[in-house]
Design a protein around this ligand. Sequence first.
Ligand SMILES: O=c1ccn([C@H]2C[C@H](O)[C@@H](COP(=O)(O)OP(=O)(O)OP(=O)(O)O)O2)c(=O)[nH]1
Ligand SMILES: [Mg+2]
Length: 144
Amino acid sequence: MTNTLKIKLIHEDAKMPYRANEGDAGLDLFSIEEKIIKAGETALVRTGIQMELPKGTEAQVRPRSGLALKHSITVLNSPGTIDEGYRGEIKIILINHGKEDFKVEQQMRIAQMVIAPVLQVKLVQEDALSNSDRDSGGFGSSGV
Ligand SMILES: O=c1ccn([C@H]2C[C@H](O)[C@@H](COP(=O)(O)OP(=O)(O)OP(=O)(O)O)O2)c(=O)[nH]1
Ligand SMILES: [Mg+2]
């Protein structure tokens, strides 16, 4: 079954999300802006696209590892969550963890998104939960 992801380009410089290789999980997202992100600072970068996700899915906005490794640029809220019903412009929150200013070029691939299924659950409030082996153990309870 083919799931359709509808994209609307809302700016003359906007580009369709880009799959570098067939089968890649990530669809690269392009900036429509030229912007300097100073060392240590955050910027909201426009992609110029709106989307209609397939029913029962979300898009996760993730960093590109090349930008992270070479320029210490990452997605601050990674993974960013694009809700199925969101029809606004997709914007990317980038942070520059490096010591040098970074220039986002127009039409630079700044992040990638992965489309993932979302389980829609019915919420039920209960007084008792079933037992489990782990019980309340967490935060290293199983050893290092
Ligand atoms: O990196 C991101 C993350 C989110 N969004 C859009 C799509 C998403 O559906 C909406 C809300 O995002 P989120 O739920 O993460 O933010 P919030 O602070 O909880 O806002 P809201 O109260 O609108 O849900 O903003 C983006 O464009 N880029
Ligand atoms: Mg929210």
